[in-house]
Design a protein around this ligand. Structure first.
Ligand code: ATP
Ligand code: MG
Length: 310
């Protein structure tokens, strides 16, 4: 009994709320999209050259002060996101990939769950990238990510990603050794080459209809205490350097980074949802048109069904 009840609640949470959103006046939706763009844009990085972590304040809330108002906006934002995702699914042309990287273990999962909360699970996938398996180590580094790229019409979320290949693998050299690359291919420029491979891969995806958003969550004020792995704290400086260089080398117009402050969860989530809304809105998604023939066919089916009922 208990199990069934639980399942029902989860299902309810996931039900798309399209009907509600389509009833909203168009003007209000436009305003919401505009607001979303204004919220997320200041954190977007399309050219990384001058990127410095120290220039970014984890306590920033983009000028928003009213937490309750922001939470209400987020609620409407998640509804709008679910509406856009339905269109993405129905149109079946584009895919959206959202990559979540964070500087500590806390926060990422919560943000992913939140973005997912209004969304139809049928059109969405989440992939977590952990330490690679033996089979994964036997392939080139983009192999496992490539297999998980969302298909047309779908929204894909990566919890960590191939960016670990220029972060943890860079900080812990023994991880690179475990990849058993031929020695002559491991030069000093290996990280630059990896940035280049990642950029090329992302350009390739973009050219094939996969829209990419990369998001880095900055450490919050409690990071020292919340960082899951105590040993990793010793490598903090190395990680900072790796993060900085990664963004400097991989922030592009077609796959921008959003460096999002994490002190205030309500703002972090609002900024994430806003970035997704802006990206989907820019695609000008449309529900596919039903042509005359199809309409006739549907009318016939309807007739037949009504007839059968009588
Ligand atoms: P949790 O909060 O549950 O710990 P998590 O995302 O940290 O979630 P883990 O099970 O700890 O999940 O697995 C992630 C670990 O895998 C991280 O330490 C990460 O650095 C490591 N990892 C991910 N990709 C790679 C990679 N390509 N090579 C080596 N290690 C990797
Ligand atoms: Mg962990």
């Amino acid at each position: 009994m208990c199990g069934a009840g639980l399942l029902f609640t989860i299902k309810q949470e996931f039900l798309p709320r399209t009907s509600r959103i389509t009833l909203r006046p168009l003007m209000k939706l436009k305003k919401l999209v505009k607001e979303a763009a204004e919220t997320s844009r200041p954190f977007r990085i399309t050219k990384g050259e001058d990127f410095r972590l120290k220039d970014h304040d984890p306590a920033d809330t983009g000028g928003l002060e009213d937490k309750d108002k922001a939470i209400k906006t987020l609620k409407r934002g998640v509804e709008l996101l679910s509406h856009l995702q339905e269109k993405l699914y129905a149109q079946d042309r584009w895919a959206l990939l959202m990559i979540f990287q964070a500087m500590d273990a806390a926060g990422k999962d919560g943000a992913i769950k939140h973005v997912m909360s209004g969304i139809n699970p049928q059109g969405c996938s989440v992939t977590a990238f952990k330490a690679p398996s033996q089979e994964e180590l036997d392939h080139e580094f983009l192999w496992r990510a490539h297999k998980a790229i969302p298909e047309r019409g779908k929204l894909g979320l990566f919890n960590r990603s191939y960016y670990e290949e220029v972060l943890v693998v860079r900080v812990h050299k023994e991880l690179l050794e475990a990849q058993r690359l031929p020695k002559e291919l491991i030069g000093k420029d290996i990280w630059e080459k990896r940035y280049e491979d990642i950029n090329n891969f992302e350009e390739y995806l973009t050219r094939n209809g996969v829209v990419i958003l990369e998001r880095l969550e900055m450490p919050d004020k409690n990071w020292k205490f919340s960082m899951a792995d105590v040993k990793e704290r010793e490598h903090w400086k190395d990680y900072q350097k790796a993060y900085e260089e990664m963004i400097q080398n991989t922030a592009t117009k077609h796959a921008p980074w959003y460096v999002i402050p994490a002190d205030n969860k309500w703002f972090t989530r609002l900024a994430v949802a806003s970035a997704a809304i802006e990206a989907l809105d820019s695609l000008d998604l449309q529900f596919p048109e039903v042509d005359k023939e199809k309409k006739k066919e549907l009318a016939k089916v309807r007739e037949a069904l009504l007839h059968n009922k009588e």
